[in-house]
Design a protein around this ligand. Structure first.
Ligand SMILES: [Fe+2]
Length: 158
């Protein structure tokens, strides 16, 4: 079980589209929403230390929630079977999942900058800030914001 840790999570979200092109059903387990795990481990895994960096946050969250092995954990899960030819969509950075069976799959990723999302409350940076605030952590400090901004500014200057 894991939550995908995608490289551009500080700036954009991804909707991933999958099609089962195998000759047998594809089996997935799906766990709970990201909020459940982030809330549960925010303090004990010191997620507040990386609240300004969504990929770092999700990396640390994966380790805390699902352990070293992404193959097993005790979390409740649903078992889904996608039939031959079935197509499904997932934001895999906020839905815990695990492949349980199936060999051939076709996939496509659609990346959306957070600024274009209709519901910003459902974006990862917003949800992280929301949890941090609920636990009494202040908004990002100016130096943290600047640290995130620097790579962008450097890329523009090059
Ligand atoms: Fe995944």
């Amino acid at each position: 079980m894991h939550i995908d840790n995608l490289p551009n999570l500080n700036d954009s979200t991804q909707v991933r589209l999958f099609a089962n092109v195998d000759n047998k059903p594809r089996r997935w387990s799906v766990g709970r929403h990201w909020r459940h795990y982030a809330e549960r481990y925010f303090i004990s895994a010191k997620l507040f230390e990386v609240a300004d960096d969504a990929p770092e946050f999700n990396g640390r969250l994966n380790h805390a929630a699902f352990g070293q092995s992404h193959m097993s954990c005790d979390e409740p899960r649903h078992l889904l079977e996608f039939e031959v030819g079935e197509v499904w969509l997932i934001n895999s950075a906020i839905v815990a999942h695990q492949v349980r069976g199936g060999d051939r799959l076709c996939s496509a990723n659609y990346e959306y900058p957070y600024g274009q999302c209709m519901s910003r409350r459902e974006t990862l940076p917003y949800m992280i800030r929301e949890i941090a605030s609920r636990h009494g952590f202040p908004p990002l400090q100016a130096k943290q914001s600047l640290r995130r901004l620097l790579p962008f500014l450097r890329s523009r200057a090059a």
